[in-house]
Design a protein around this ligand. Structure first.
Ligand code: FAD
Length: 379
């Protein structure tokens, strides 16, 4: 067992951190910023997981997690990093694994260059955790597909060019009846809601997708009919490990700020860091961060070993540990900053707002516990 980064991984982390600090700068408080997306693209980050022959960097899960951690530490715009992660782990990853040669040649170079942005959509108004209960239908006839229905809360949808959409092609078959499709933005019958305002990750646009008699040829099917559930599981295994690395980086940045504040802020004649109640809270933040980091890197490392048994439980544990740590540490950071922590100018409140959605997207905390319990043969 070796818990250190290799020299190449250290260079990857340091280079990405340096780039994020210099070029992503202070986060704008508002909407998605295309110029900042283009900066990520210029660094090759939109093609992190795509093979080199398709214009990407061809990184595996562990190295991708290292890049995401560095971005999360160096870039205060967690929403921007989240948009990148959704594009990579929920869209490019399944395309690399399940795409036909034609699909890969058409889409991967555009996604890797950042010219196109991708969205992955499975959630529906009446089917979130219970994805097998989806109502969007895909009906095959004479070699083409007709899709009807609506999808909810798709990250990146308002700015997306490529839509990876799941639909039910065998009604009544639940998870095994789901198929995945690649739909381009200008396809007749596809329309979008206005973007939602949300608690955190505000610079990552999110919206609903409406499909009305969307006609697709056979080439739009990703994988084969009925493999949408496997495609979804594969993307979630990557997302739950690699995307959540950005929260590990965010917690590292938060801890730096908390330690600096606790050492400089004085109360009752001494730095608040000298009050044991504050020092213990900081120690707990560090413990939570390091425990979550270890689970996350183990899951990413195991992903690189192939589809080993138990990988879904490993990714679920990583996601659960990181998401819950980010929320609790967000509350602890506010407690240590006192009133200043509540004020937007401190940037401390924003970290909590950005952390709360992490207990919902990529499957809620309860659904992760279900995955872990199932792996143990209980629940
Ligand atoms: C910021 C953000 C980004 C998102 N991005 C995307 C995206 O890109 N693509 C996409 O498809 N979706 C996306 N989603 C949607 C997200 O995946 C769903 O919101 C999530 O899966 C939960 O579904 P739901 O909202 O319908 O809640 P429900 O499924 O209605 O759950 C409500 C509550 O019931 C609990 N619950 C449900 N079933 C069980 C059970 N069996 N056991 C225990 N508890 C249970 C849940 O844990 C939760 O607490 C995003 C959501 C957010 C907040």
């Amino acid at each position: 067992m070796d818990f250190d980064f290799s020299p190449e991984q250290r260079a990857l982390y340091d280079g990405t951190l340096d780039f994020a600090r210099k070029h992503l700068g202070e986060a704008p408080s508002g909407a998605f910023d295309r110029a900042r997306w283009d900066a990520l693209a210029g660094q090759g980050l939109c093609g992190l997981v795509s093979p080199e022959e398709h214009g990407g960097l061809g990184l595996g899960a562990l190295d991708s997690a290292i890049v995401m951690e560095a971005l999360g530490r160096g870039c205060t715009d967690t929403g921007l990093c989240f948009t990148l992660a959704a594009h990579l782990f929920a869209c490019s990853v399944p395309l690399v694994r399940y795409g036909s040669e034609e699909q890969k040649a058409r889409y991967l170079p555009r996604l890797a260059s950042g010219a196109w942005i991708a969205t992955h959509s499975i959630t529906e108004p009446d089917a979130g955790s219970d994805v097998g209960g989806m109502r969007t239908t895909a009906v095959e006839s004479d070699g083409s597909w007709l899709l009807n229905g609506s999808k909810s809360y798709a990250s990146n949808a308002p700015v997306a060019d490529l839509f990876l959409v799941h639909a039910m092609s065998r009604p009544g078959a639940g998870y095994l009846g789901i198929s995945a499709f690649l739909i381009e933005r200008d396809t007749p019958g596809l329309s979008l809601s206005q973007p939602y305002d949300k608690l955190g990750l505000r610079s990552s646009p999110i919206g609903d997708i409406f499909l009305e008699d969307v006609s697709l040829d056979a080439g739009a099917l990703l994988g084969s009919a009925g493999t949408g559930g496997s495609i979804f599981t594969h993307s979630m295994n990557w997302e739950r490990a690699c995307l959540f690395a950005l929260y590990v980086g965010m917690m590292d940045r938060q801890l730096d700020e908390v330690v600096a504040h606790a050492r400089s802020r004085k109360a009752f004649g001494k730095p608040i860091a000298k009050h044991q109640g504050v020092a213990f809270r900081v120690a707990d933040m560090k413990l939570r961060l390091e425990a979550a980091r270890l689970l996350l890197y183990r899951a990413a490392w195991r992903l690189d070993q192939g589809e080993v048994r138990g990988i879904s439980a490993d990714s679920a544990m990583a996601k659960l540990a990181v998401g819950e740590a980010a929320v609790q540490s967000g509350l602890d950071a506010i407690a240590i900053f006192g009133g200043l922590g509540i004020m937007e100018e401190s940037g401390i409140a924003r970290m909590l707002r950005d952390a709360v959605p992490a207990t919902i997207f990529s499957g809620t905390a309860e659904m992760q516990r279900n995955v872990i319990a199932r792996d143990l043969g209980v629940g």
